[in-house]
Design a protein around this ligand. Structure first.
Ligand code: SF4
Length: 133
């Protein structure tokens, strides 16, 4: 449940920072509330690259189809979310910020730290999710 401080939002140009966007469900709820509270503009800034591939190492997003950035350009994601602007970090910016390239970037790049067939692995991890409407 999110609520907006209406006096702060009214007439404001808001920079909304999120650590990542997976399905976009949270922002799709928050942005209309900010608009309804009178926000003049909403600029979303994300401290990770777009998540376009599933995680099979423990995070709960094992299919491409549930990811808002899979198959969408950044501007298409912006429109879907209803933001005035949307900027992600690039993979290079992320690794520079962290100070190492010795890390998994599979959900951003599709380059997994092991050989994998994504189609088969999605079915193995989430066959119950693949056919949701
Ligand atoms: S960086 Fe790797 S381990 Fe972390 S969420 Fe993405 S795919 Fe999973």
């Amino acid at each position: 449940m999110y609520s907006v401080v209406k006096d702060a939002a009214r007439g404001a140009s808001i920079a909304l920072v999120d650590d990542s966007i997976i399905r976009g469900d949270t922002l799709r709820k928050v942005l209309p509330k900010l608009r309804a509270s009178g926000a003049r503009a909403i600029h979303v800034r994300v401290s990770s690259p777009p998540i376009r591939y599933p995680c099979f190492m423990g995070m709960d997003f094992p299919t491409r189809r549930e990811l808002v950035a899979h198959g969408r350009s950044i501007d298409e994601v912006r429109k879907y979310l209803g933001a005035d602007s949307l900027i992600y970090l690039t993979v290079d910016e992320l690794t520079n910020a962290i100070g190492t390239t010795e890390l998994c970037t599979a959900c951003f790049t599709g380059n997994y730290p092991f050989t994998i067939n994504i189609d088969e692995t999605e079915i193995a991890f989430a066959s119950d999710r693949l056919w949701e409407p």
